[in-house]
Design a protein around this ligand. Sequence first.
Ligand code: SF4
Ligand code: SF4
Length: 205
Amino acid sequence: MEPRQQDERPVESAAPEIRPDGELMRRASRECGVSLGACYGCKKCSNGCPLSFAMDLHPYQVVRLAQLGQIGELKRARTIWVCASCQTCLTRCPNQVDLPRFMDWLKQELAMEGGPVPEEKTLLFHRIFLREVASRGRVFEGSLMGRYMLATGGAFGPEAMKNARLGLAMFRRGRLKLMPSRIRDRRWLRALFAKPAHGQREARP
Ligand code: SF4
Ligand code: SF4
């Protein structure tokens, strides 16, 4: 083999060096009970996700970025907000990595930070949903959708007609109640929203 000339230097990568410190994985484990370190990148979660076509990061990439401590990338990703928590990825995961729970935790972290998110309407829905749960322990679809449509303009114009038809169809199929119901144990509900669980901060909607 020819000896290397003095001016032949190894090509340096322009990408910044990543030195994961494991802090994000530790927080996920402590605050939402998800073991991200168990993921070995088989991608079964992503192959089964019904919404991956609308995501900018595949579900397995969310786990990988979290393992590498790339919280900034995760905060910018639409995937967190597109995920419907359908649990398909968890069902398929050979290591039971609870990705939907981790994404819910991230959503709540970002909601509490109060900064801009890539899907503002989904954040709004998230907040209204939590307010419903905090007030009655159950979600009343009539109130949830009414508040959401008023805030987003869906209660007016042609959008309102479309939503009214959808509401009627749901009512006919027994999917929409006329009156809200609430859980009996109000004290438990107040405690749930007042006290941190798994070391989390207050679950304020
Ligand atoms: S299915 Fe589970 S182990 Fe496989 S990449 Fe997804 S999270 Fe990781
Ligand atoms: S929970 Fe979210 S990431 Fe998992 S399969 Fe459903 S939509 Fe995809």
